[in-house]
Design a binder for this molecule. Sequence first.
Ligand SMILES: NC(=O)c1ccc[n+]([C@@H]2O[C@H](COP(=O)([O-])OP(=O)(O)OC[C@H]3O[C@@H](n4cnc5c(N)ncnc54)[C@H](OP(=O)(O)O)[C@@H]3O)[C@@H](O)[C@H]2O)c1
Length: 240
Amino acid sequence: MSEQTIALVTGANKGIGYEIAVGLGALGWAVGVGARDDERRETAVEKLRAAGVDAFGVPLDVTADDSVAAAARLLAERGGLDVLVNNAAITGGHPQEPTLVSADIVRTVVETNVIGVIRVTNAMLPLLRRSSSPRIVNMSSSVGSLARQGANDGTTGPVSAAYAPSKTFLNAVTLQYVKELGDTNILINLGCPGFVATDLNGFRGIRTPAQGAAIAVHLATLPDDGPTGGYFDDNGPISW
Ligand SMILES: NC(=O)c1ccc[n+]([C@@H]2O[C@H](COP(=O)([O-])OP(=O)(O)OC[C@H]3O[C@@H](n4cnc5c(N)ncnc54)[C@H](OP(=O)(O)O)[C@@H]3O)[C@@H](O)[C@H]2O)c1
């Protein structure tokens, strides 16, 4: 591995992902800006570089095997990977009421938010295994908490048969990675950014993208004896 820590942030061209790149770049890390659209990716890389971040573009559509494999090759050529932040996600739009939602919406959301994370993680694992302090941060949401969904107390957002369950699914899949990789030095955690004003929610969120990025930066920079298999927001552990 190179001495400089290398990170990849998926969906880093805007929103919380962009601010995660800012936060990791401020540590002096090299940050791969994973983004599927060439123009949006290059604009973000230029903006980050102008702000002093050692950013580089990584063409990446998390739903496409070829794209993800090419991204892994790009990182290998660039020196490897220490920290993976699986941030890219979609809501799937509307309607999401279980009685109205289309199978296509559910399928597309799971393909991006869950299978996309599996696809990217598995492609990057050979690189992460060669790092001395590998970290995986999966951006989840408190709306994925079954405890909160079950409480039905109004804290888990609108009725959703695709987006919220996709985060529950992601949480469970993440725990399976923790089980399988428990004898490695890879720390794997889930982060919730809070309700952040981004495209994802039509900018209705009440936190800034930089505030939302803080939990991911925290989990990306855990010490070697830090937690693994946790589900956190800025206030600490979230109930599953
Ligand atoms: N905003 C909130 O209040 C909130 C709350 C809880 C959790 N989160 C989570 O935080 C993370 C970031 O959300 P955000 O609010 O910053 O959303 P956002 O502004 O909509 O950004 C989402 C990012 O994901 C990318 N993306 C979507 N599909 C992709 C694909 N197939 N391949 C590669 N990139 C893809 C988007 O790229 P394009 O520009 O190409 O579409 C964009 O860069 C997500 O995991 C979200 O679920 C957000």
